[in-house]
Design a protein around this ligand. Structure first.
Ligand code: CA2
Length: 149
């Protein structure tokens, strides 16, 4: 069975509880539930991990292939903008990664306009709230379907 890993970076555990004007009222549990429902319909397995720690995310990226993951959907949160460790981990593995963001990082503060991981991911989806994740999962499902043909 095909498997996708969804990784959520620092502070995303606070979703729905703080800064609703930027991130909305949807909680991380809501996002994971919607993704899980969509994955189940498509007949694929899905794992979730949220961490506030860079090394935990690096470990998860390194271990993804060994854990049978065929795709990673990653919201690296603030690490997006400066974590060379996460960038290097993505570049070092063969599992493809889709970068997602809830907010449109290019409409926000200057320091959010640059992603150090964008050059090493398949593509980036940002600005659609929870639908950024849903769109990424839709692409993953299409890739799995194409590979099965
Ligand atoms: O828009 C996104 O998804 C971000 O990855 C979210 C990160 C931010 O640093 C990136 O620039 C863009 C921040 C996640 C923190 O989420 C919070 C949620 C509620 C309250 C406080 C933080």
């Amino acid at each position: 069975m095909k498997k996708v890993l969804v990784l959520h970076g620092p502070n995303l555990n606070l979703l729905g509880t703080r800064e609703p004007e930027i991130y909305g009222r949807t909680t991380l549990a809501d996002i994971n539930q919607r993704l899980a429902e969509r994955a189940q319909k498509a007949g694929i397995a899905i794992d979730f991990l949220q961490s506030n720690h860079e090394g935990v995310l690096v470990d998860a990226i390194q271990q993804a292939a060994g854990n049978g993951c065929n795709f990673i959907i990653l919201n690296a949160a603030a690490f997006t903008h400066y974590s060379i460790a996460i960038r290097d981990a993505i570049a070092a593995v063969t599992v493809p990664v889709i970068e997602v963001h809830l907010s449109n990082i290019y409409q926000r503060e200057e320091f959010r306009h640059h992603s150090v991981i964008s050059p090493v991911v398949q593509g980036q989806i940002c600005g659609f709230g929870m639908d950024s994740y849903m769109a990424a999962l839709g692409i993953v499902i299409r890739r799995f379907e194409e590979a099965a043909k």
